[in-house]
Ligand binder design. Structure first.
Ligand code: NAD
Length: 493
């Protein structure tokens, strides 16, 4: 019988009020059930929001450096438990062990970094236009934060939201992805052990349409911080608009690598493999479009496909595995549907294109690493986020055409260019309209202290990582008049 896990509300581990649960399954071996988790509904959400509301006033008054000390302790616990958490993450989510270690490391980096902000959280002072008057702006917490996260970075993404929200003085209700509830539970346990008072952080497991939707519409929530698909993000934003909630959205991507005719092809092939097949293509920054200059198209394609054929598919716990499973059956079918669309559109499939059920992969959700070639920029394969191990190679005649192709997307998260020409690199930096651009490096590999987010349907103008304090605080402008008389701005000139 698998272990039964609980929600964490107002300092207590509790079942869903309905008593219902759902299974947490290993995508590499669906016979392994990692646990049963509460299938929460709006009643559980209401209790969690109530607890977060009740604790907000005392938490916001705890000095930020003291709030941050709890985070430093949490970071230390993450360091101590890195290997155990990484192994568990591979079992729960499927990514290969070295990437799972990277996911834990990202949470460690973020937690230390934002803990440091507890002693900064700078405001601004500026001269007043009037004599004997002082002007400054300071940050204040927003209130109760709903943090809704996806499954593809089960520890890193929760850390991007929970840690800054808490250091800034907000209280939190956390609704993690239904595919990775165990990593979320471990993270919450660590934050509690580090010393968070009761009610400050609440965990509610469950499905998006039930627990997630109830959280977004709850009047006691002040800010929704959401990472997930653009379709769901749009729904979240519409619901938030109705009740004037603050909302920060990190959503889908269709990221591109440009390979110019002067590129170091060894580097470009290596970067494209890492970008397209890392995390089985299930990163929001995954390279799903490879836009290759016609002069090097054949050579790049041959070398790339030769490398793809060598990738070993399997359980991520095996150190020889390069590519793990995809997250669930629905996603497996969705990826395969795109292969069928490619076939119908006459797109070449140079390798892969099949669900894989051989040997040790028989019990999991495995898809053969796939390469689509001669893809037209307008085709569905080049436009829609597939979120799987199946990049599209798109030929281009020039830098200008390549940049147009990159920008011809409803998304705008990450991009990359491989070139040895500094002039071309700077033109790309200037003209590509994405939140992140890499030069001579792949589309993935964001560092936590720089702004992270995207343009167009990838986001709604916010940035996490380096600019995350702007998400979790409101500015307050303060004027202090010590002249002893009524001074009138714009009138007393
Ligand atoms: P998803 O949109 O299906 O789910 C994300 C979260 O939202 C989950 O916790 C889910 O339970 C919840 N949810 C679903 N429906 C909801 C509703 N109606 N109301 C409230 N919450 C709801 O996304 P996913 O499949 O978990 O993740 C993959 C997607 O996330 C991809 O599109 C990927 O690009 C995106 N992503 C973006 C970033 C980024 O930073 N831009 C990072 C990682 C993943």
């Amino acid at each position: 019988m698998p272990q039964v896990y609980k929600n964490y509300i107002n300092g207590q581990w509790v079942d869903a009020q309905s008593g219902q649960t759902f299974e947490d399954i290993n995508p590499a071996n669906t016979e392994e059930v990692l646990g049963l988790f509460p299938r929460s509904t709006e009643k559980d959400v209401a209790s969690a929001v109530e607890a977060a509301r009740a604790s907000f006033d005392s938490w916001r008054k705890v000095p930020a450096p003291k709030r941050a000390e709890i985070m430093f302790r949490a970071a230390e616990k993450l360091v101590q438990r890195k290997e155990e958490l990484a192994q568990l993450m591979t079992r729960e989510m499927g990514k290969v062990l070295k990437e799972a270690r990277g996911d834990v490391q990202e949470a460690i980096d973020m937690t230390y970094y934002i803990a440091g902000e507890g002693r900064r959280m700078f405001g601004e002072t500026t001269p007043s236009e009037l004599p004997n008057k002082f002007a400054m702006s300071i940050r204040m917490p927003v209130g109760v934060v709903a943090a809704i996260t996806p499954w593809n970075f089960p520890l890193a993404i929760p850390s991007w939201k929970l840690v800054p929200a808490l250091v800034c003085g907000n209280t939190v209700v956390f609704k993690p992805a239904e595919d990775t509830p165990l990593m979320a539970t471990r993270f919450v346990e660590i934050l509690i052990e580090a010393g968070l008072p009761k009610g400050v952080l609440n965990l509610v497991h469950g499905f998006g349409e039930e627990a997630g939707a109830a959280l977004v519409t709850h009047p006691g929530v002040d800010l929704v911080s959401f990472t997930g698909s653009s379709e769901v993000g749009r729904e979240v934003a519409l619901k938030c608009a109705e009740s004037y909630k603050r909302v920060s959205l990190e959503m889908g991507g269709k990221n591109a690598i440009i390979v110019m005719d002067d590129a170091n092809l060894d580097l470009a092939v290596e970067g494209a493999i890492w970008g397209a097949f890392g995390t089985t293509g299930q990163r929001c920054t995954a390279a799903s479009r490879l836009i290759v200059h016609k002069k090097v198209l054949q050579e790049f394609t041959d070398r790339f496909v030769a490398q793809v054929k060598k990738l070993k598919l399997g359980n991520g716990l095996d150190p020889n595995t390069d590519v793990g499973p995809v997250i669930n059956e629905q996603q497996l079918k969705r990826i395969h549907r795109y292969t069928q669309i490619a076939r119908e559109e006459g797109i070449q499939i140079l390798t892969g294109g099949e669900i894989y059920k051989e040997g040790e992969c028989a019990k999991g959700y495995f898809y053969l690493p796939t390469v689509f070639a001669e893809v037209k920029p307008q085709s569905r394969i080049a436009q829609e986020e597939i979120f799987g191990p199946c990049p599209a190679i798109i030929p281009a005649e020039s830098l200008e055409e390549a940049i147009d192709i990159v920008n011809n997307s409803k998304y705008g998260l990450s991009s990359a260019i491989y070139t040895q020409d500094i002039n071309k690199a700077f033109v790309a930096i200037r003209d590509i309209y994405t939140g992140i651009t890499y030069v001579n490096s792949s589309t993935i590999g964001a560092e936590v202290h720089l702004p992270f987010g995207g343009t167009k349907q990838t986001g709604n103008g916010h940035r996490e990582g380096g600019h995350v304090l702007d998400v979790f605080t409101e500015w307050k402008t303060v004027y202090i008049d010590y002249s002893g008389k009524l001074q009138k701005a714009q009138i007393d000139v």
